[in-house]
Structure formats: structure tokens, C-alpha cells
Design a protein. Sequence first.
Length: 275
Amino acid sequence: MAKLTKSELRAHKQALDILAKITLTEDDKEFVYRNWHEGANHINSAAGAFFTPFDMAFDFAIDAGGGRVIDLCAGIGMLSYAIWQRSRYYDARPKITCIERNPDYLAVGQKLLPEAEWICADVFDVLDMNLGRFDSAVSNPPFGNIRRDRNSPRYTGKDFEFHVIDIAAHLADYGTFIVPQGSAGFNYSGRQNYERQKDGKAVKFQELTGLHFDSGCGIDTNFYINDWKGVSPMCEIVCVEFSKGFADQSIPTVSLPTAANDNRPFQADLFGDAA
């Protein structure tokens, strides 16, 4: 558990009091999204669970697609809430499915966004759940070398965000993701100029999958770097057009010595690094 300041503890307690109410106003929901602290009762670093800053989520929603949307590693539904609220200006509301493995986060999310379908499940189990096709996938996944029990269809490396993007590629026609800048394939946030990365893990992942990471409308996430709780990550919002032709193909398999990968270095991954 994180060590919260006195003001953070007071705000988190107030958020808990709000969640105990039968009916929540939109002001209530915004207060909870801004102040319910994911580190109050959970070890964030172990799960890589750091929720998107509220205002950044609404900028993220500009690039996020509509229609049938799946939110992978949804937390308490910050991204989905922003997408739902922005859809007030569209002709049709999205149909949102939120996938979250932590039942405590899911319970809060259900109270804040009951309009979404909430499923308590590990992101690595989603491809086996026969949920059908989605127009869009969104995620602020755990970053980096987070423990897992399985791999995504094509990627066996250590970076959790690439596993989530690979899974999304088999579910949706389009995806929008928050990833560390080093995993984005480009540098924009906190920089004077946009530049494509010429090498590194994001370049290798794009070569492996045939995907192209784009910057969308161009949100400088450095503006929100001090609004995260417990961390200050330099990240990017990555947009990916998934080929429907690819998504309809059978999922390729990767030969592994075991069915699970719990981050032990028992093999070389597809990039030649210890998984």
C-alpha cells in the first residue's frame, strides 16, 4: 500500500462516503474519480495499477473510437467514463465493456459507470471469452515487467503494455492506448518536436506485428505528469488501426516450453531478450 498524505487520506475517505450513497450525481462521480486512491488498500507497484488522471482521460477520449468499445485493464473505468461523457455530443452512445481483474476496482467502477458491462477477468483470458468483435479497444495497461501467467498471441516479451495491445489487435478494428514514451514508437510529449523512434522495443514490436503506432490528434501528456497518484510517468497516447482482415484470421501460436510465462527467464522471447 502507498503512504498517502493527510490530504489524500481525507479525500479518499470522502470518496468512500460518496460511494456509500444510493444515487450519485455527476459531481459525486467526478470527485470519486479524482480522489479515490488506488494505493490506499492495494500495492500499486506490484500490479502496475496507476489510474489515468481525470483531465487526461477526457483528452484521451478525443482519440478513442465509439460504437462497441472494450476497455482492457479498466481499473475503476476512468477512460470509459470519459468516453461515455464525451459521447453526449454524438448521435449515438457507445456500448462499453470493461474488463478488470481486481474485484475492488470493479465494484467502484460499476457504481460510477453502471451504463457499461463490467466483467471481472484477467486480460489474458479475454480472447477465450467469445465476446465478439469490437469497433474500438482502449487501455491504460500496467507498464513494464508486470507478473503474468500467460502470453499474448504473438508477443512473449516482458513489457505488459505490448501484451495488451497484441490482445486488442485480435478483438477490435481500432485501438487507443496509454503507454510509456519508450513503448510508443514516437516521442512527442514533453518535446519541442514530434519524432519517430528509429530503434528500440516499440520499433521491434511494430515490425513483429505489422502494426503502426500513431499519435492521433497529438496530446502532450507531459501537461498531466504531476497529476498521477504515486508516479510521474512520461507517456504517450498511441492510436492503432487494426486490420479487420488480420483480426478475422485465426490467432497464430508461438511455440513455448510451457503454456504459462510467469516472467522467469526460461527462454528467449521473440525479440531475443529473456522473457
